[in-house]
Design a protein around this ligand. Structure first.
Ligand code: IVH
Length: 668
């Protein structure tokens, strides 16, 4: 049924909500999607359209209502009806046997079965449902009172907004940021020059306290639940509780295991200590809970902890090694970052030979010296960091590190502004900056010039063929053929790639320029507002400040950039070279349906030529590339698609036929 064919919009709205909720659960909770993203988006779009036409029919638990539009003022402190206890810790099997002994003292005649769960390294949360509706979410806080984070937790797509359950339900669990998301978030922060989150836990904590639920939604938090407080469930065993939670639609951790004896618990611990790196979230140990509700009740609690549960921590991800050297790296913005070169050492499954030292002050504050034995730590999956030097192992031969007074690459002056931790090279044409700027300019999310990797950029710089970014557009076949390992075919391909990058939209170009504080998100906001560079260049301060996502920092940075003679010369060269960066949807009015997506087109198409399809997808915000990889969002396959389709199937990349693609265009 399509919109309009129903005489009763409310019935259609209900049906759409039912379907969307069902598919959200299948996708986010059960990990078992039943329809394609396109079909799913179509349902959501239809619901959004209907709700826009009949605003009086919008309900709080509609799947369109996960992200509130209002910024929050702050977080209200809320008292928990039942306090949120924390857990006693133990670190060895022996400690664990002590824990069982204490239990047996109170329950001498009984056999004790346990449930072993992973201890998720996130944030404790209590979520309240009243009359089946999501009502409130509160952080653990100090256990007695926490912060009301209802709007932010609502953005968690695996969390049901309504449940088939009684008057009041208080479920408890752990909110976390998946490691894959953590890496993306930090990657983006690095690009945008923002401080990195030290680990996924900090990132989750920082996210849950953001005042803009829109940003919270974009971070994509997730949650596992393990406790259910409800009148009628009070008597259940922990194992049955987990089952009940699942039946209500909550995401529980699949690793949980019923363990008839303590020996089974220890097996569980050892298995997961080995395998914890295979998970997409951090775990710092396991939690052992007495299964029987009756036994739990008798055991009760001490002042701080329940007597029926304990956490058994995994060994820390730390190791000791020698710091051989400190090297300075010069980044795109000219920032000088010290990096520790370490004697290679195994650390939770990988070999580590480098660690970041952040900046000059950090080295001094921690008193780190060259030749020191240092304690290193991996938190999450980030680059390891140095926790501390082992001063007791010093022999006297260690050397203090003196931070350079000039750029190690071009010998120019460096400058460290008052109050900042970072020194920067002052030479605008420092080769290190240029190299990093080119790599950024050509990267996938910027101008997306495939094949211009680090080794090639090094060659282009040292051969003198490239002295500034626009020089890329002056490269000729005969230049390239002089380089090492550059065949005729690859040179041709590269030139084609460079040529087609001239048609990238304004947003990508703006991001590619690497202007300070202009990350992808800001570039997008600016791209939607300005047609092209000329328009942006003519913008006055107050016009910029009016744009959502553009604050004084960004505004100042743009105005500064546009005042520099050498930047204007650079922009002129791009123009001369034919870089045509403009905002597409303004001139063609096409919605950005494929925004940020990477598409591969293959096989013979009936309705349009390859070029037509390509420019259509690009006009709608997408990028067309030639080879299928994990990063491909979908493959459009005509007749006789051949190996690209096979590759897509192998990688699990969706394949659309021409009809399906035309359907999307029509619907958009
Ligand atoms: S049960 C009274 N189970 O660890 C029992 N907690 O150090 C309360 N945590 O505050 C908690 N995974 O935030 C439990 N499977 C799990 C857990 C878990 C993580 C957190 C929770 C708690 C903290 C205690």
């Amino acid at each position: 049924m399509t919109e309009g064919s129903s005489s009763e919009p409310i019935l259609r709205i209900r049906e759409l909500r039912r379907q969307i909720t069902y598919h959200e659960k299948k996708y986010y909770v059960d990990n078992d999607p039943q329809i394609s993203d396109f079909e799913f988006d179509r349902l959501v779009k239809e619901l959004e359209r209907l709700e826009a036409r009949f605003p009086e029919l919008v309900t709080a638990d509609s799947p369109t209502q996960r992200v509130g539009e209002q910024a929050l003022d702050g977080f209200l402190a809320v008292e928990h009806d039942t306090p949120m206890l924390s857990l006693d810790n133990c670190f060895s099997a022996e400690d664990l046997r002590e824990f069982e002994k204490r239990i047996k003292k109170i329950l001498p005649e009984e056999t004790i079965a346990y449930v072993a769960e992973l201890k998720i390294d996130g944030l404790g949360i209590s979520v309240i449902y009243r009359n089946g509706l999501y009502t409130q979410a509160v952080t653990r806080g100090d256990g007695v009172r926490g912060d009301d984070v209802t709007a932010n937790v609502k953005t968690i797509r695996s969390l049901p907004l309504s449940v088939p359950a009684g008057e009041k339900l208080d479920i408890r669990g752990e909110v976390y940021l998946p490691l894959s998301r953590f890496r993306e978030v930090n990657g983006k922060r690095l690009e945008e020059g923002e401080a990195l989150f030290a680990n996924p836990r900090n990132a989750a904590a920082g996210t849950i306290r953001l005042l803009d639920p829109g940003i919270v939604a974009s971070r994509k938090l997730d949650a596992f639940f393990y406790t259910l407080l409800a009148e009628e469930k009070g008597e259940s065993s922990q194992w049955d509780l987990l089952q009940a939670l699942r039946e209500l639609g909550f995401k529980t951790n699949p690793a949980s295991r019923l363990c008839p004896t303590l020996a089974d618990v220890i097996v569980f611990y050892e298995e997961w200590n080995e395998r914890r790196d295979s998970l997409d979230y951090d775990v710092d140990g396991i939690v052992i809970k007495v299964d029987s509700a009756k036994q739990r009740k008798i055991l009760g609690r001490t002042a701080k902890f329940p007597r029926w549960a304990i956490s058994f921590k995994f060994p820390a991800r730390q190791a000791t090694t020698r710091l051989n050297e400190i090297r300075i790296q010069v980044g795109r913005t000219g920032a000088l970052t010290p990096v520790a070169l370490l004697e290679p050492v195994r650390l939770s499954g990988i070999t580590v030979s480098r660690a970041t030292l952040h900046n000059e002050d950090e080295i001094r504050r921690k008193d780190i010296r060259i030749g020191d034995f240092v304690l290193i730590e991996r938190s999450g999956d980030v680059i390891p960091k140095i926790v501390a030097p082992l001063k007791e192992r010093r022999t006297g031969s260690e050397r203090l590190f003196s931070f350079p007074r000039e750029c190690p690459v071009c010998r120019s002056n460096i400058f460290r502004p008052e109050g900042e931790a970072v020194s920067r090279c002052t030479n605008p044409s420092c080769p290190a900056k240029l190299k990093e700027s080119i790599l950024h300019f050509t990267s996938r999310r910027a101008m997306d010039i495939e094949g211009l990797g680090e080794a090639l950029v090094d060659q282009l710089l040292s051969s003198g063929f490239v002295r500034s970014i626009p020089d890329i557009y002056r490269l000729r076949q005969e230049d390239l053929s002089q380089l090492d390992r550059m065949g005729e075919k690859s040179a041709e391909n590269l030139l084609l790639q460079i040529e087609s990058s001239k048609q990238r939209d304004f947003t990508r170009f703006l991001f590619a320029l690497g202007i300070r504080f202009i990350g992808e998100r800001t570039a997008k906001a600016l791209g939607e507002h300005f047609e092209n560079l000329e328009a942006l260049r003519g913008a006055a301060e107050d016009e910029l400040l009016k744009i959502a996502d553009v604050g004084p920092k960004v505004t100042e940075s743009i105005l500064f950039f546009m005042r520099q003679e050498e930047n204007l010369a650079l922009l002129e060269q791009f123009k001369q070279a034919g870089v045509n960066a403009r905002t597409f949807h303004r001139s063609s009015d096409r919605p950005l349906r494929f925004s940020g997506q990477t598409v591969v087109v293959t096989g013979k198409l009936q309705h349009r030529t390859r070029d037509e399809i390509k420019s259509l997808i690009e006009e709608m915000g997408g990028t067309v590339t030639s080879s299928v990889s994990r990063k491909t969002d979908f493959v459009l396959a005509g007749e006789d698609p051949g190996s690209k389709q096979a590759k897509a199937k192998e990688l699990g990349v969706p394949v659309l036929n021409e009809k399906q693609f035309e359907d999307i265009l029509e619907k958009t």
